[in-house]
Design a protein around this ligand. Sequence first.
Ligand SMILES: [Zn+2]
Length: 168
Amino acid sequence: MDVFRIAATLPVPAARPAPPLQLSLGPGVLETTQDVLRTESNGSREALTIWAGRPRDATTVLVSHVITPVVEADHDWLTISLPERTAIATYLRGEQLLAVADIHTHPEAAFLSKIDRRRPFSSRNGFYALVIPNFATDPPAAGWRCYVAIDGDWREVPLLDAVNGWPG
Ligand SMILES: [Zn+2]
């Protein structure tokens, strides 16, 4: 696992806001996510990062951390081992962070595939799954799509609704 953390003081730890969560991206989070995913995908395989942070108020989570797990991946699939999932959960608990979204690349079009829907990183209500097209080789935010977990299913939502000040 690799971790990028914003260079700023974090809000004090607090309980997870009730969905729908508003995400506020800390400085560099969007660019780092796109960079890491482009590098990890390397034009040939899916890659994934996790956004985590702390609540800033009753509805908004400040995304302060971009966590890149070690994955097994190829052109159109990706898995995270159980030990790596456990390591991430331990890290989040230790740092008093909430995981709020996962972000993964596709070789071409961005959409939440059947396998993505069956094997999410989290299916907690309000958890977001973002998909980035073209192995993240486009400019940051270009063509990203966003889905939210609701009662065991996934619904697409506009990124403008999920992420404050979304630039796309
Ligand atoms: Zn996918």
